[in-house]
Design a protein. Structure first.
Length: 231
């Protein structure tokens, strides 16, 4: 991929009525004169957000919950957006049962249980047992244009705790709530906070609309609950 430098010429314009795949509604989208993939800034993300690319949208980085409790930051950052973890549907692998191989082609949902959220000192969190993983879901819904791709990564705060956050790229044209994989590789239980920042999305502007958007893919229009593996 070509590197973007400060000297690279760019012209920001607004395209008229670019359609999101499979939705039938016209949206404004960003377009650039240079034929390279471009990382969007906070200003450019805000323009896309006017058309509900992220909903609900927080137009600034927040470090407190509405009740004044300190929080893992969420909302718009310098060159990305920090999504929050939903307090509902946190599914944890049950590692106390007889050992058997996980099979992505025939995933046994019965191997997971829904964890109960715990409230303490104004925060809500889940306990992720040692050597286990969970699937959670984002509090925000994403609706990606046909010429933008989302690259996701876990927040550095969790990385410093040893917790691994795994989210795959968001394809152009995809819409729904993100399913998020959280792994605790350590011998200690880990607290995973709901309603607070969990993963950052970086938005990459493509040189044109893709020839075939995500459309009717198997994970399209995921609801506000975990979507298990489907092949």
């Amino acid at each position: 991929m070509a590197l973007v430098t400060a000297a690279a010429p760019r012209l920001l314009t607004i395209c008229s009525e670019l359609h999101f795949g499979g939705h039938g509604a016209a949206y404004a989208a960003l377009s650039f004169s240079s034929r390279i993939m471009t990382l969007l800034s906070d200003k450019e993300i805000s323009i896309l957000a006017e058309n509900d690319i992220i909903f609900p949208f927080t137009g600034e980085k927040r470090r407190e919950l509405d009740n004044g409790t300190k929080a893992l930051s969420y909302g718009l950052s310098h060159a990305g957006y920090d999504l929050r973890l939903s307090p509902k549907g946190f599914m944890v692998i049950d590692n106390n049962q007889e050992a058997k191989a996980l099979d992505v082609k025939r995933f046994d949902e019965g191997m997971m249980y829904e964890a109960t959220p715990i409230e303490e000192l104004g925060s809500t969190f889940f306990i992720l047992p040692p050597f286990s993983y969970a699937l959670g879901v984002s509090l925000e819904r994403i609706t990606m244009p046909n010429n933008v791709m989302g690259i996701c990564d876990g927040k550095s705060t969790y990385a410093r705790q040893g917790t691994i956050i795994n989210v795959t790229p968001i394809e152009p044209g995809w819409s729904g709530f993100l399913t998020i994989c959280i792994v605790n590789p350590l011998a200690f239980p880990a607290r995973i906070y709901a309603n607070e920042g969990i993963v950052q999305i970086m938005f990459m502007q493509l040189s044109s609309n893709v020839g075939k958007a995500y459309g009717e893919g198997k994970y399209q229009n995921q609801g506000a609950k975990v979507s298990f593996a489907a092949v």
